[in-house]
Write a protein that binds this ligand. Structure first.
Ligand code: CTP
Length: 130
């Protein structure tokens, strides 16, 4: 049984997120998703997510191709999360290309092409400009 793990904020859930998670799931038998906490997101992007972490977790948990999700408290703890959940494959969007190669001693690292022309940042910009 192969376990796939991926991480992200998944704020203002959109089709790029669906595409990433659906494709990630095809790499193994179960998909585990680390959803970054509001605090982690604030430290990373300097703003709070539009949807809070409980709601973002609820959305991810509601997807049929996601088996489990958990709160990601620290970007530096990927190794611990991968080991704790026994993940065989780490899947990330290719905006992270190369950044997680250092984990290939404990799992396979796969970068998937991002869906073009959609991002949470862009959706927020479109809405606020209206
Ligand atoms: N993702 C993707 N295609 C997109 C947008 C996101 O494949 N068009 C992937 C990312 O590569 C990542 C996961 O979805 O693996 C979660 O991305 P996240 O950063 O939460 O979404 P973004 O829309 O990129 O958010 P932001 O604009 O705030 O950076």
């Amino acid at each position: 049984m192969k376990t796939v793990i991926t991480f992200g904020t998944f704020d203002v859930f959109h089709v790029g997120h669906v595409n990433l998670l659906q494709r990630a799931a095809t790499y193994g038998d179960r998909l585990i998703v680390g959803v970054s906490t509001d605090e982690l997101n604030f430290s990373k992007k300097g703003r709070n997510p539009v949807y809070n972490q409980d709601d973002r977790m609820k959305i991810i948990n509601g997807l049929r191709y996601v088996n489990l999700c958990f709160e990601e408290y620290s970007l530096e703890k990927k190794r611990e999360y991968i080991e704790y959940y026994g993940a065989d494959i780490l899947v990330m969007g290719d905006d992270w290309k190369g950044k997680f190669d250092y984990l290939s001693d404990i799992c396979e690292v796969v970068y998937l092409e991002r869906t073009p022309s959609v991002s949470t940042t862009e959706i927020i910009e479109v809405i606020t400009s209206r």
